[in-house]
Design a protein around this ligand. Structure first.
Ligand SMILES: [Zn+2]
Length: 555
């Protein structure tokens, strides 16, 4: 059990942190004994804990009391190196003159951002940044896109876990990995352009013709497009007048059939726009006209019914819900009416979002949101692959978005070739397996058709996810699984001393994969942390008690 000593104002962010690092903890009680004490503010605590951890990015009284020499304090963000990995720190940091054991180093100065002292069985570790301040920044402001590729929050969790087990203390947690799978994958589609016939003489039509005819030549020369796809795009551009005349089929229309075929029973999530010809509000007034869609959700009612019947999920592709709850409620009401489903999630069109959005979306009636990601790149805006509760929200969960097709291929963004995109996604799948969580992917409705033709890459991506052990869930199922993990509590009144009990406190009605209790063995040192043989997993349904968890962990 970890006892936490922190400023009372930090309680919200601490609670959220320990939903993501699901391990037994509580706010410090002076009459209890803890194996691990985690402090972020000065206070007198007794010295009985086996591991005392102090995280702060500035010099504190604790340093003077324990003869810890702070060499330097820095107010700008920096990068710390831990086990060969880079951890960006966005707030203040301190480095120490001595005693770091090479645990954590400033990337630029190579000075130690950790001070460690062993005395007998006991360990004191002073870490030179403010853990909960960092978590707060990641869950609110998020990371700049220069650090998008770094799972910063998950690395903070990994470091803390390693500090505990490396101090010779076993640790129990419920990892963000459904039993029977290695990670979760959520396939989603923003439905922006379900018909090219609705785009006559507008920027979408001109953009299509330009990219199909000329842009394709550039893409072909640069190796981003195959010759036969170049021909396909030219043919599509030539056919366009006949599409408008109704003489040939609308080649953006049948996205539902094509995705159902590509996904072969893996249920995906489609976010659809409720009302057409409305660009909505931006933070600086009316959004650009280009943002308006040319379809109403009711225009594709048949498609919606077909997708629902196939087990897919329909969510709101929100226009105003992110800042205007009454208008958001209208968007939700329309999608509820068309689907007959009451619990509806949302992703905002063009990923519009600000600090008030979690509250606005909650008031609009969103079951979850999946907007937090980047338009320009792929990666981890909040530094995690886990669904989390934004600190401003009371119930809403955020399922962050990690991979968007347009960010991968658009020359204005990453502009990757299909093979480069595969390498990027491959790295992210590897990280999902290593850290757990849900890799959320957005492939737009028209992306598999001319002139984008990103179907092959999508098919290979789905195949890769399958081979590597993903649980494919709709966005709603992924969120439900994380909620099930969140309502699981650790109990102290087990039948045997030193046992660990965990209990799911609500009914599992949705037939979701089971949870697993992971018991990390105590280790001799902080080296080679995270190796698979360092833990055992015990799957469970609604409750579990491991009579000799600690003994098991030592074996
Ligand atoms: Zn959109």
């Amino acid at each position: 059990m970890i006892g936490v000593i922190a400023d009372p104002s930090e309680e919200g962010v601490i609670r959220e942190f320990f939903e993501l690092f699901k391990t037994p903890w509580e706010l410090y009680h002076s009459n209890r004994r803890y194996e691990v004490l985690l402090c972020t503010r000065d206070c007198g605590f007794d010295g009985t804990a086996k591991l005392a951890l102090f995280y702060a990015g500035r010099k504190v009284q604790f340093d003077g009391e324990h003869d810890i020499w702070v060499a330097h304090q820095r107010t700008q963000s920096c990068v710390l190196l831990y086990e060969g990995k880079r951890i960006p720190v966005y707030g203040e940091t301190v480095v120490f003159s001595e005693g770091g054991e090479n645990l954590l180093r400033d990337e630029r100065s190579r000075q130690s951002a950790a001070y460690v002292k062993h005395s007998g069985e006991k360990v004191l570790a002073r870490i030179g940044y403010d853990l909960f301040g960092e978590v707060r920044k990641l869950l609110t402001v998020g990371q700049p896109f220069s650090n998008a590729a770094i799972l910063t929050l998950d690395l903070h969790i990994a470091l803390l876990r390693d500090l505990v087990t490396g101090s010779g203390i076993p640790l129990v947690e419920i990892p963000p990995v459904p039993e029977g799978y290695r990670f979760m994958a959520c396939l989603t589609h923003d439905v922006d352009h379900p018909s090219i016939r609705k785009h006559r003489w507008d920027h979408t039509m001109f953009g299509f013709v330009y990219r199909a005819v000329l842009g394709s030549v550039g893409n072909f020369i640069e190796g981003r497009l195959r010759f036969r796809d170049l021909i396909r795009n030219w043919a599509a551009a030539l056919k366009l007048p006949f599409v408008y005349l109704g003489l040939t089929k609308d080649f953006w229309r049948k996205f539902d059939d094509r995705y159902l075929e590509l996904e072969k029973g893996l249920c995906s999530t489609f976010f659809v726009i409720a009302f057409k010809n409305y660009s909505g509000e931006s933070s600086g007034g009316r959004a650009r006209k280009l943002r308006a869609s040319r379809y109403d959700a009711r225009d594709i009612a048949d498609t919606i019914r077909k997708l629902l019947a196939a087990g897919c999920e329909i969510g709101v592709h929100g226009v105003d819900a992110w800042l205007d709850s009454p208008k958001g409620r209208e968007e939700f009401a329309e999608i509820r009416r068309l689907t007959g489903v009451s619990e509806i999630g949302v992703r905002m069109h063009w990923l519009y979002y600000d600090q008030q959005s979690p509250v606005a979306l909650e008031k609009a009636g969103a079951a979850y949101d999946s907007t937090i990601g980047y338009n320009e790149t792929v990666g981890y805006h909040a530094g995690t692959m886990q669904a989390y509760k934004p600190l401003q929200a009371t119930r809403l969960l955020e399922l962050p978005l990690h991979v968007m097709d347009t960010a991968l291929f658009n020359p204005a963004y990453l502009g990757l070739s299909p093979s480069q995109a595969r390498i990027t996604i491959d790295r992210m799948i590897h990280e999902a397996i290593q850290f757990g969580g849900c890799l959320t992917i957005n492939w737009h409705d028209r992306s598999i058709f001319p002139e984008r033709l990103w179907e092959t890459c999508y098919r290979e991506l789905v195949e890769d996810l399958k081979i590597r052990g993903a649980w494919f869930s709709t966005a709603g199922q992924a969120v439900a699984w994380f909620r099930k993990r969140r309502v699981t509590v650790f109990e102290t009144d087990c039948t045997e001393p030193e046992a660990v009990c965990a209990k799911v406190t609500s009914d599992d009605r949705e037939n979701l994969p089971r949870l697993r209790l992971r018991i990390h063995r105590a280790r001799e040192s902080w080296k080679n942390a995270g190796e698979p043989e360092g833990y055992i997993d015990i799957p469970f349904d609604n409750s579990i008690e491991t009579p000799s968890a600690t003994r098991l962990a030592h074996e």
